[in-house]
Design a protein around this ligand. Structure first.
Ligand code: TXA
Ligand code: MG
Length: 321
């Protein structure tokens, strides 16, 4: 079982030395918990794929603490890349850029590009700075399952397979980073913590990637992020079928709580940021409630609502398989 430590200075130093030794450390970021390994160590990175049961075709994001470190990982050829970095880093934006040779192929699934981001969580930044190496980290969950937004979520899924969990409390943003490819034209590969609207205000029109682009980002696979209970997106006030234990993931007000075995509300005043923060924790609780089925109400598809609907559709697609 992994050590679980409150993320104080001493714990972060221990975690940093673990990373340098090739061990696996789960750590908080502002989006979700990451499962980190030294990005320059292919054996350590291989263990991430084993632990998550993640297919090797699915590339990892490399986390950096400084722009200098980012420049060692990838090339900033497109001037828009530096503009976005200035505006949105540290923060929930992953840029897919041409990679440099120090990054082993296993990190990028053999692609000539690498996803890079500077997280906005003080523990994550201190950990990377202290380790002195870029840190490859996917979300700290089993492949295709719910992402973790607390240390307890990490322990539940993979606690027995990793070396250390740094507990930094609940992740404030709650959905993963936005993934933007910046090669010839900007392409949104995954909606996330920075709304598309904000990115477009900074650099102009962005093409929204589709499966026609090939499954470059598995956040792009049609199914992902799924609870272990079937999930359906339904209009508000849809009565559950009789004879089943049905849970409700509501956006705001619930008119008939008595219809459901368990109700979770994303944001009682309809705030999409609050909804994103609560999103995975609500689904983890619904998953644990012994339900036959989860009904999820749609949220408005603007700002962070786009990231929430993306994950709900993928959860539905996965459980319809
Ligand atoms: O917020 C986040 O991004 C979290 C925290 C831990 O930083 N990490 C995360 O990692 O969500 P993961 O592995 O669960 O999702 C990474 C996404 C995947 O959809 C992956 O395919 C895409 O980023 N990605 C990474 N490198 C890529 C590349 N070179 N080209 C295209 N997509 C890439
Ligand atoms: Mg993930």
């Amino acid at each position: 079982m992994a050590e679980v430590l409150q993320a104080d200075r001493k714990a972060v130093q221990r975690a940093a030395s673990f990373l340098r030794e090739g061990k696996l450390v789960a750590f908080p970021t502002e989006t979700v918990y990451g499962l980190g390994a030294c990005a320059l160590n292919p054996q350590a990175v291989a263990r991430i794929f084993e632990v998550k049961e993640r297919p090797f075709f699915d590339p990892l994001i490399v986390h950096v603490a400084t722009l200098e470190m980012a420049r060692e990982v990838c090339e900033f050829l497109d001037p828009r890349a530096l503009l976005l970095v200035e505006r949105f880093w540290p923060g929930p934006l992953t840029l897919v850029l041409p990679k440099r040779p120090v990054i082993p192929d296993i990190v990028t699934a053999g692609l000539p590009t690498v996803g890079v981001r500077m997280p906005a969580h003080p523990v994550a930044l201190e950990l990377i700075r202290e380790a002195g190496v870029p840190v490859a980290a996917p979300s700290a969950n089993l492949f295709g399952h719910l992402s973790p937004t607390t240390a307890a979520h990490v322990v539940k899924q993979i606690g027995d397979r990793i070396d250390l969990v740094l507990d930094g409390g609940q992740c404030p943003i709650g959905v993963e980073s936005t993934v933007l490819e910046l090669l010839e034209e900007p392409v949104l590969l995954r909606p996330g913590g920075i709304p598309l609207e904000d990115l477009e205000r900074a650099i102009g029109k962005i093409r929204v990637g589709s499966l026609k682009d090939g499954p470059r980002a598995p956040g792009q696979l049609p199914f992902h992020y799924a609870p272990r209970v079937p999930l359906r997106i339904v209009p508000q006030e849809t009565p559950p079928p009789p004879g089943f234990r049905v849970g409700l993931l509501a956006f705001r007000v619930v008119r008939h709580p008595e219809w459901f075995a368990k109700v979770e509300i994303l944001s009682s005043n309809g705030d999409l940021r609050e909804a994103a923060t609560n999103f995975f924790a609500c689904l983890h609780r619904l998953e644990e409630a012994g339900l036959d089925l989860i009904f999820a109400e749609p949220v408005p598809e603007v700002g962070l609502g786009r990231a929430i609907m993306d994950r709900l559709r993928k959860a539905e697609a996965k459980t319809l398989q």
